[in-house]
Ligand binder design. Structure first.
Ligand code: NDP
Length: 402
């Protein structure tokens, strides 16, 4: 019997609201609040049955958040607004005594910098308040860490090599669009790449390292090495790692558009003067690109996201692949969303369920791989994301001799 407040009525927020409504035995009372209330109302109407209350909130404003939380009195907040709001929402949760969950780490608006330090700095405050904050509980970050924890618990004594690979083989029919918030997505892709090797971070130029990787039921796709935030917590929480990398596929069409936009300065995050006003080019670009929540209709194909792992079990070398494939059209049919929103929203709802049912409840600030993966993975398929595993498979890479 728990009340939950979802903040952010975009592509992911819509899926979280639908999925919480489907799990009404846990989420007995649901409110969706966002900057634009009409977007919350449209999502509530699509769910129907007066299951979702709605409200307007500016999540950059702590007093506004505190007033809303005090009024609704949820047990926890699921933050699926933007990473810029993580700290203000955490502050409001501390002030009102409610638990917190998000799917993306805090980023300051004026620097494209992805790290947990700002949120990990809240550990003591959450512990002292007897509250829990669960960070990065989408698919990647999120299920990628839970898959790794499952591999360590059930398949390996030591994990030496971890490659998280994220493939979207879908086609939304648009010339150029991003599958989650364009501003956050483009900031992530245009920064330097980084991976962990032999105890240190190796930095690369943006999209410098790439190679074709074969994905289950999808085939060969060009995959680019990116820095991704879950690497930061996994290299701390998974012992014996010699190397950890993250790969994402992009079509040549996407890369060409991105390069042109970068070359003409449209991905910049520093304000420029335009007709006497300060505008941030990337914010303007976001305004002209399709919203992630609008991409679902007609989206064809699948995503395939998983972890390829090599390590030791009982003194023997072992390889392992664990993954989920998710079909865009099936997601649209079920909840009116594309698969990238869906694969983020389902784990966010399930993480909240883990917290509210006590499976994953302890005061402090945590990343998902710090918890028992079993109860989460036992429900992931039931809520729409079936997963698969294969032992002693040929892996996508051949450089395992560190
Ligand atoms: P969208 O842009 O579709 O949605 C973001 C929503 O947040 C919008 O409704 C927006 O309101 C709202 N919002 C923005 N600023 C504020 C504010 N100050 N106060 C209140 N509401 C605000 O993005 P997505 O749904 O695609 O992504 C949501 C989050 O999920 C992002 O943080 C993204 O990084 C994360 N994500 C995580 C993934 C994972 O696997 N871990 C994968 C994909 C996304 P408005 O409509 O008025 O602009």
């Amino acid at each position: 019997m728990s009340k939950v407040l979802i903040i952010g009525a975009g592509g992911v927020g819509s899926v979280v609201a639908h999925k919480c409504a489907q799990a009404s035995h846990v989420f007995t009372d649901i409110m969706l609040a966002s900057r634009t209330k009409s977007k919350c109302d449209a999502i509530a109407a699509s769910i129907g049955g007066n299951k979702i209350k709605t409200a307007a909130v500016d999540a950059d404003n702590v007093p506004e958040l505190v007033a809303l939380i005090k009024d609704f009195q949820p047990a926890m907040v699921i933050n699926v607004a933007l990473p810029y709001q993580d700290l203000t929402i955490m502050d409001a949760c501390l002030e009102t005594g409610v638990h917190y969950l998000d799917t993306a780490n805090y980023e300051p608006k004026d620097v494209a910098k992805f790290e947990y330090s700002w949120q990990w700095a809240y550990r003591e405050k959450f512990e002292k308040a007897g509250l829990m904050a669960l960070l990065g509980c989408g698919f990647d970050p999120g299920v990628s860490g839970i898959f790794t924890a499952h591999a360590l618990k059930h398949h390996f004594d030591e994990i030496h090599y971890l490659d998280i690979i994220d493939c979207n083989a879908g086609d939304h029919g648009k010339a150029f669009a991003t599958n989650f918030n364009p501003e956050i997505n483009i900031r992530e892709i245009t920064q330097n790449g980084r991976y962990w090797q032999k105890g240190e971070w190796i930095e690369t130029q943006p999209l410098e390292i790439h190679q074709p990787i074969n994905y289950p039921n999808i085939g060969d796709k060009e995959s680019y090495l990116l820095y991704h935030e879950e690497l930061e917590s996994l290299v701390i929480n998974i012992p014996h790692l010699k190397r950890a990398r993250f790969w994402m596929t992009f079509s040549q069409n996407y890369i060409t558009h991105l390069r042109v936009l970068e070359n003409v300065g449209m991905t910049g995050i520093k304000p420029i003067k335009f007709q006497g006003m300060d505008i941030v080019p990337l914010e303007f670009l976001k305004a002209v690109l399709p919203e992630p929540s609008s991409l679902g209709e007609g989206y064809k194909g699948e995503t395939s996201i998983g972890c390829q792992i090599k390590g030791l079990k009982d003194g023997q070398e072992k390889t392992y692949y664990i993954w989920n494939n998710c079909d865009h059209a099936a997601c649209y049919k079920e909840v009116g969303a594309q698969a990238v929103s869906y694969t983020t929203g389902v784990p966010a709802m399930l993480g909240a369920m883990m917290m509210l049912t006590g499976e994953w409840m302890k005061p402090g600030v945590y990343n998902v791989e710090e918890f028992n993966p079993d109860p989460f993975l036992s429900l992931l398929g039931e809520y729409g994301l079936p997963w698969h595993e294969k032992v002693n498979v040929p892996l996508a890479f051949n450089d395992y001799n560190l």
